[in-house]
Design a protein around this ligand. Structure first.
Ligand SMILES: C[S@@+](CC[C@H](N)C(=O)[O-])C[C@H]1O[C@@H](n2cnc3c(N)ncnc32)[C@H](O)[C@@H]1O
Length: 280
């Protein structure tokens, strides 16, 4: 079977719809992570940058403004169409987008000084070969920096949903590499370090990154609730409940977010990720 078949279907089907409909909201919600990642990686004009799982391209485009070439790759055709439209609209000729699977794509060996990724490296069915393949794309001594999520419990914006669901049923075990591809696959710092080591990376550093984020990028509380309820992980958690319980859980989420709404700003909640860096 082709690598990452389930993810390929998801990101060209169900998972892609919410991203396509709300690309700008996702970017605003995740802006603290993008800012931290790009500040950390140290972009320089001569760099060639590979952005893996670039989605609608926010981080690729921001990198392209500062370097000579930025290539975003992703398995999602609909998300990359948005990325390419955005590059054209901004006349960013240094940005390129490629439909490709980072686990299997035949990168030109040693063709990038930097690899970056914002939440795009947690979805491989064979993480060691995927990271080895990514490693091959880097020049010797080239650097990789990415952000990934800590566990649900470190993400207040999802705990709100988890707590509402747990009134009715236990939460499933979520994440870690053994659980397979998914949002929380790289939630365990030690596992991620061992994975990168096995894939040939050195100088591995993993720091917590815990910004507050504006749910749905800000705006009225109802819009934030609707955005949150449309996210894949949240749909999955609520989908475990019978319709009556689900309706009550949604009301509980709505009430929690309304309490946290800052007028004129939006709903701001805590989040927890890892900022991971390593070199080839
Ligand atoms: C959570 S989204 C992040 C998108 C974007 N970086 C952002 O921050 O908005 C994860 C992205 O990884 C992509 N992806 C998943 N598996 C991939 C793979 N094997 N190779 C390349 N991209 C992949 C998905 O299609 C999706 O666009």
């Amino acid at each position: 079977m082709r690598a990452n078949q389930q993810q390929l279907q998801a990101w060209n089907g169900g998972e892609s719809v919410h991203y396509v409909d709300h690309a700008d909201r996702y970017d605003r919600q995740l802006a603290p992570f993008a800012d931290a990642l790009l500040a950390h990686v140290g972009l320089e004009p001569q760099h060639r940058v590979l952005d893996i799982g670039c989605g609608c391209g926010a981080t690729t485009l921001e990198a392209a403004r500062r370097v000579r070439r930025a290539v975003g790759i992703d398995i999602s055709v609909p998300l990359l169409e948005i990325a390419a439209d955005r590059a054209r609209a901004a006349s960013l000729d240094q940005a390129e987008f490629l439909v490709a699977d980072a686990q299997t794509h035949a990168f030109t060996v040693g063709s990038f000084e930097l690899v970056i990724s914002q939440f795009g490296l947690m979805f491989f069915d064979d993480p060691v070969s995927a990271f080895r393949n990514v490693h091959s794309a880097l020049v010797p001594g080239g650097r990789m920096a990415f952000v990934c999520w800590q566990g649900l419990e470190a993400n207040e914006w999802l705990v709100v949903v988890g707590d509402a669901v747990e009134r009715y049923t236990d939460l499933p075990p979520l994440g870690g590499l053994a659980a397979g591809p998914g949002m929380f696959a790289l939630k365990q710092r030690d596992e991620t370090a061992a994975l990168l080591d096995a894939a040939g990376f050195g100088g591995i550093e993993i720091e917590p990154l815990s910004p507050s984020i504006l749910i749905g990028g800000g705006g009225p509380a109802d819009e934030s609730v609707d955005f949150l309820l449309g996210m894949g992980m949240v749909r999955g958690l609520l989908g475990r409940l019978e319709p009556h319980a689900r309706a009550e859980a949604i009301e509980a989420v709505r009430a929690s977010l309304a309490e946290r709404h800052e007028p004129g700003v939006g709903v701001r909640l805590g989040s927890g990720g890892w900022l991971v860096s390593a070199h080839a």
